[in-house]
Ligand binder design. Structure first.
Ligand SMILES: [Zn+2]
Length: 234
């Protein structure tokens, strides 16, 4: 049976309130109640109320008669709910429960590829869509993470404002913190950015690749090529 692992050290590396950091409301609650604290339904509702009012004002400033338009009169609430419950859920939800199992002497690569990524660029608030490939090599007596927990980590950091470079580092550092004594961690993200496709230069089809490799993935050519060989399959 896997056990819920209490993470030794924080997996949050970005200042609270910043892109790819937790919200100030969650950070304040955790400072008082400890790292396990989560925002209650009522606290999230309060954030939705305030954000909804502010978004109505934003539309008014843009010259939208939203209150009298049947397609728009509930839009401020819809947008605020989408940010808090989905698009930026990772700012308001605490760290996911991580299940870990003994590695039982396994010291090869653990790879999960093609993890779907939905995020939002913190510069333009446009969608980032792509895939994440994560790998690590456990130490002789260290643990392995329950496989779906890698997906949970991608959701946790992806569902915030982000820039892809920072997101790559955030996922890497989280795996590196959870798997003590690992022999290396690799994260690669390939994604398209709506801010490039829909505004500014407006170039469809361009995608961005970022990677962070440490330990054996960085130092050892054979391990690195094995990782990219696995990535190629996606
Ligand atoms: Zn952007």
């Amino acid at each position: 049976m896997g056990q819920k692992t209490k993470i030794d050290g924080t997996i949050e590396t970005v200042k609270q309130g910043f892109a790819n950091g937790v919200s100030i409301q969650l950070a304040e609650k955790q400072a008082i109640e400890g790292p396990e604290a989560k925002l209650s339904h009522e606290e999230k509702q309060g954030i939705i109320e305030r954000a909804s009012k502010a978004f109505g004002e934003f539309l008014t400033a843009l010259g939208v008669d939203w209150e009298n338009d049947p397609n728009s009169n509930d839009t401020p609430r819809r947008v605020a709910k989408a940010y808090v419950n989905d698009l930026w859920a990772g700012r308001y939800n605490g760290t996911p429960d991580i299940t870990a199992f003994p590695s039982d002497g396994y010291d090869g690569m653990v790879f999960e590829g093609g993890i779907p990524l939905t995020s939002m660029c913190s510069h333009h608030h446009q969608a980032i869509m792509g895939r994440v490939h994560v790998a690590y090599i456990p130490g002789k007596d260290s643990k392995v993470i329950g496989l779906s927990k890698l997906n949970r980590l991608v959701e946790h950091f992806g569902r915030r404002g982000a820039i892809q470079e920072q997101l790559t580092v955030a996922i890497h550092n989280a795996v590196n913190t959870i798997i003590k004594d690992n022999k290396g961690v690799a994260v690669m993200i390939e994604a398209t950015h709506n801010c490039v496709q829909c505004r500014g230069v407006k170039h469809g089809g361009a995608s961005m690749k970022t990677s962070k490799l440490t330990g054996a993935f960085y130092k050892d050519n054979a391990t690195r090529s094995e990782f990219y060989q696995f990535v190629k399959g996606y």
